[in-house]
Design a protein around this ligand. Structure first.
Ligand code: NDP
Ligand code: 8X3
Length: 251
């Protein structure tokens, strides 16, 4: 039984990842801003899988909040084995000349700075344990840039670079770092990207079958089941309809 800390567990990939690890008998620490969703996921997981769940409600952009929440974790939860940096978002889809600076800041503050704050707070626990695994949820948007993707793509390219850098720096401590780069998957992602416009969000998945959150959760889980001496460093996964960041075959 391991202890897994998952950011952004109130929806989409993070929730599916939490359910998968719990189903496999692990203790999970679930985080996000929406406390009600954290509470109801805790109830669901504890009653279905009979494993322990700790909820931590914080905004990853709030530096003090992140450090306080993680340092205050009860002693029996401090042996974290796996950190899954998943919390993130796209906000807006506009050409660079039309982009909204607030959207840009939201993406950079969450996807890059938030990931760094959580990592900085958790890494000392992993170093102390002389083992551990960090899984960063990047994106195909972190591999190639697409039209109107500008700042979101930049933030995910940063995640890609941070994963590479973490792997080098943490090698001496026996900590694995896996960068996961999914293509399109249907979650609340597009609803958030289009600022709550559900029709526009639905259109993003017209004419092809995107991946599901469960697909991502199963692959994330798989990367944690390898022998101690093996690490998947970088993994790109898409549905069969998608070749890369900008080419999807739509019927
Ligand atoms: P969802 O919108 O369904 O889930 C996003 C999660 O991130 C929520 O749990 C949300 O929790 C959390 N989150 C967002 N902002 C913050 C914040 N400031 N502080 C704390 N938590 C936050 O989207 P997905 O599940 O699809 O996205 C998960 C990750 O996967 C993101 O990093 C996204 O960029 C990436 N990704 C998504 C793809 C897709 O096509 N869906 C493809 C490739 C990568 P709450 O609102 O409660 O805080
Ligand atoms: C999310 C997938 O295609 O919108 O990272 O960039 S995409």
């Amino acid at each position: 039984m391991k202890t897994i800390l998952i950011t952004g567990a109130t929806s989409g990939f993070g929730k599916a990842i939490a359910l998968k690890f719990a189903k496999e008998g692990n203790k999970i620490i679930i985080t996000g801003r929406r406390e009600e969703r954290l509470k109801s996921l805790k109830l669901e997981v504890e009653s279905t899988f009979n494993v322990k769940v700790l909820t931590l409600c914080f905004d990853v952009r709030n530096k003090e909040g992140v450090f306080k929440s993680i340092y205050d974790i009860p002693e029996e939860w401090k042996k974290i084995d796996i950190l899954i940096n998943n919390a993130g978002l796209a906000s807006g889809l506009d050409k660079i000349q039309d982009g909204d600076i607030e959207d840009w800041e939201k993406m950079i503050d969450t996807n890059v700075k938030g990931l760094l704050y959580v990592s900085k707070a958790v890494i000392p626990f992993l170093i102390k344990n002389k083992s551990g695994h960090i899984i960063n949820i990047a994106s195909t948007a972190g591999k190639e840039v697409y039209e109107k993707g500008n700042v979101y793509c930049a933030s995910k390219h940063a995640v890609d670079a941070i994963s590479k850098a973490m792997r080098i720096d943490l090698l001496e401590h026996g900590i694995k770092v896996t960068n996961i780069a999914p293509g399109a998957a249907e979650t609340e992602f597009s609803i958030v990207r289009f600022h709550g416009d559900e029709k526009k969000a639905k259109n993003a998945y017209n004419g092809y079958q995107p991946m599901s959150a469960d697909d991502i959760a199963n692959v994330v889980y798989y990367t944690t089941t390898l022998p101690e001496n093996l690490c998947i460093n970088d993994l790109v996964l898409t549905s069969l309809a998608q070749a890369n960041s900008f080419y999807t075959y739509k019927k």
